[in-house]
Design a protein around this ligand. Structure first.
Ligand code: GLN
Length: 198
C-alpha cells in the first residue's frame, strides 16, 4: 500500500490514521524529518494552524515539508491543515507562516463568531452523494489561482459562495473535518490520488 503520513505535532491525528487504514493505505505518524522521508504523502490535520506552524519550525519539519511539497509529494490539508497548505492567509497572526503549495488565499476563522461550528450536507465534485460535514472554526478559500479546481462550496447567503474543498494537482484541501464520523470517501479520493501519482 501507499505510505501516508499524518503530521502529528498537534490536532486530530488518530482519526486520520484510522481512516487511512480503512482506505487501504499504510498510515504512520510524522514528527521528525526521518519519518517524513519514509512516506509517499502527508496529511496535515485540523487543530490550530498557529501552533502547527510554530511546532513545525521547532521540530525542524517546516523546510523539509515545504521541499517535499515543492518536489511533488501529495498532501491533504484539513481545516488548520488547509491553512498550512495555502500560499496566502488572511486573518493570520503576526508572523504566521504556512508550508504553502496551493495557489489560494484562505481566510482563517472565516465563518465568524456566531457560527463557530456547524454541520452541513455538502455536495463534493467526484463523490456520488453528499457528504455530512463538520466545520469547526473553519477557514474558507477567499481566492484561487487558475490551476485550482473547486470541488465544493458553501453558500453563506449575503456573504457569498466560498470554496471549502479545493484541489491543485496532487494537493487536496478541505475546510471541514472529514476524519470525524465514518465517511472516508475524501480519504479514499486522496489515497487514489497518491496511487496515481506514484
Ligand atoms: N481556527 C483554526 C486555525 O486557525 C482551525 C480550526 C480547526 O482546525 N478546526 O488554525
Amino acid at each position: 500500500g501507499v505510505r501516508v503520513g499524518v503530521l502529528a505535532l498537534q490536532g486530530d491525528v488518530k482519526e486520520h490514521l484510522r481512516m487511512l487504514a480503512d482506505s487501504g493505505a499504510a498510515p504512520s505518524t510524522v514528527r521528525r524529518p526521518s519519518e517524513l522521508a519514509a512516506v509517499d504523502a502527508l496529511i496535515v490535520p485540523g487543530g490550530e494552524s498557529t501552533t502547527i506552524d510554530k511546532l513545525s519550525r521547532a521540530f525542524d519539519l517546516r523546510d523539509p515539508i515545504r521541499d517535499r511539497i515543492a518536489d511533488g509529494m501529495p498532501a491533504f490539508g484539513t481545516c488548520a491543515g488547509m491553512i498550512m497548505l495555502a500560499d496566502r492567509i488572511e486573518g493570520g497572526i503576526e508572523g504566521q507562516q504556512t508550508f504553502g503549495g496551493l495557489d489560494v488565499t484562505v481566510r482563517r476563522n472565516a465563518f465568524g463568531r456566531q457560527v463557530d461550528s456547524f454541520e452541513t450536507d455538502l455536495r463534493v465534485e467526484g463523490l456520488d452523494a453528499p457528504m455530512h460535514t463538520v466545520f469547526i472554526r473553519a477557514p474558507w478559500v477567499e481566492r484561487c489561482g487558475p490551476d485550482v479546481e473547486v470541488l465544493a462550496s458553501v453558500d453563506r447567503g449575503e456573504a457569498g459562495m466560498h470554496p471549502v474543498v479545493v484541489r491543485q494537482g496532487v494537493l487536496l484541501a478541505a475546510s471541514f473535518h472529514p476524519e470525524v464520523g465514518h465517511d472516508d470517501r475524501l480519504h479514499r479520493m486522496f489515497v487514489d490520488l497518491v496511487r496515481t501519482a506514484r
